[in-house]
Design a protein around this ligand. Structure first.
Ligand SMILES: C[S@@+](CC[C@H](N)C(=O)[O-])C[C@H]1O[C@@H](n2cnc3c(N)ncnc32)[C@H](O)[C@@H]1O
Length: 279
């Protein structure tokens, strides 16, 4: 039965708040202490995405759905004046604390992405999103409208995200075979996901185990970011991803995970860019 959007989002917010202590205590995944100790350090995602972005020195940047903000602070380390936004108050609390300890000038605000215009003023050179974000949002055209509303004319939107094909696949048993475990196409109705674990291991317990997630096909994603005054300028699919999604995946020396070369090779991640009309 369909619930009001606020009910879905409140359930998701509680779940993300519960995940924060787990992620904070995950030494090999987020590694907050290592990030603070080494002022040159950038996250894996930021190192990867910087190849697609212009020189960030002095540019204004808005990072939507920033979680605990290490990517956001990486952009600040590369010279951006950056604000991170997230639904989870715990994520924003930790991000703000880490920014203080790391002497980062990144700023953080709590908001649902669709309401970000209520808490953030101004227009930005770059709006950025990455890795595990679209699945939490029911309406991508509405998201594109939010992105567009924050961009200066000629401004750049960048998204690096888990590929919807990878979202459909999993290795549910020990047989090391990839199986289609979720539909590829969107249905409008959320998937109701029950889980008491996060994607990284750490200390803490997820008490709020029910989340609501929305599948989006590549066609839906591309179509959304060609509307709202945005012009699609790049779509790259990558045969590697950020998570050890099942036993066949192997970690590459650069930190990304890939299927060993063979017939099962599929896109695991993609990067998309769109530019706001006008200048
Ligand atoms: C998978 S995490 C993003 C991970 C991030 N790229 C990183 O590497 O840390 C997804 C984030 O989206 C946030 N989120 C979920 N739904 C949201 C919404 N409606 N508005 C804003 N943020 C949301 C969650 O709180 C969570 O911090």
């Amino acid at each position: 039965m369909t619930k009001p959007y606020e009910d879905y989002i409140e359930a998701n917010r509680k779940n993300w708040d519960d995940r924060v202590p787990i992620h904070v205590s995950s030494p090999h995944s987020y590694d907050i202490e290592g990030f603070i100790d080494d002022p040159e350090k950038l996250t894996l995602t930021a190192r990867f995405d910087s190849q697609f972005l212009p020189d960030l020195a002095g540019r204004s940047m808005l990072h939507l759905m920033c979680h605990i903000g290490l990517d956001t602070m990486s952009w600040a380390r590369l010279g951006a004046r950056v604000i991170g936004v997230d639904l989870s108050g715990e994520s924003i609390r930790v991000a703000t604390e880490v920014a203080e300890r790391a002497s980062s000038n990144a700023k953080f605000m709590q908001s649902d992405v669709y309401d970000a215009g209520d808490v953030i003023e101004g227009k930005f050179d770059i709006v950025y999103m990455s890795m595990g974000v679209l699945i939490w949002l029911p309406d991508l055209e509405r998201l594109a409208g939010v992105v567009s509303s924050f961009l200066k004319p000629g401004g750049l939107f960048h998204l690096t995200e888990i590929h919807p094909v990878a979202t459909s696949l999993d290795v549910p048993s020990d047989d090391q075979q990839l199986r289609i475990t979720k539909p590829y196409f969107e249905s409008g109705e959320p998937l109701v996901v029950e889980s008491d674990v996060s994607y990284v291991r750490g200390e803490g317990k997820i008490e709020h185990t029910t989340t609501y997630q929305w599948l989006h096909s590549m066609g839906e994603i591309v179509t959304a970011f060609t509307g709202s005054g945005l012009r699609l300028t790049m779509l790259k699919e990558h045969p590697f991803g950020g998570f050890p999604q099942g036993p066949p995946l192997e970690r590459k020396p650069d930190g990304w995970w890939e299927y060993p070369h063979g017939p099962e090779m599929v896109p695991l991640m993609y990067s998309l860019q769109a530019v706001k009309d006008g200048r």
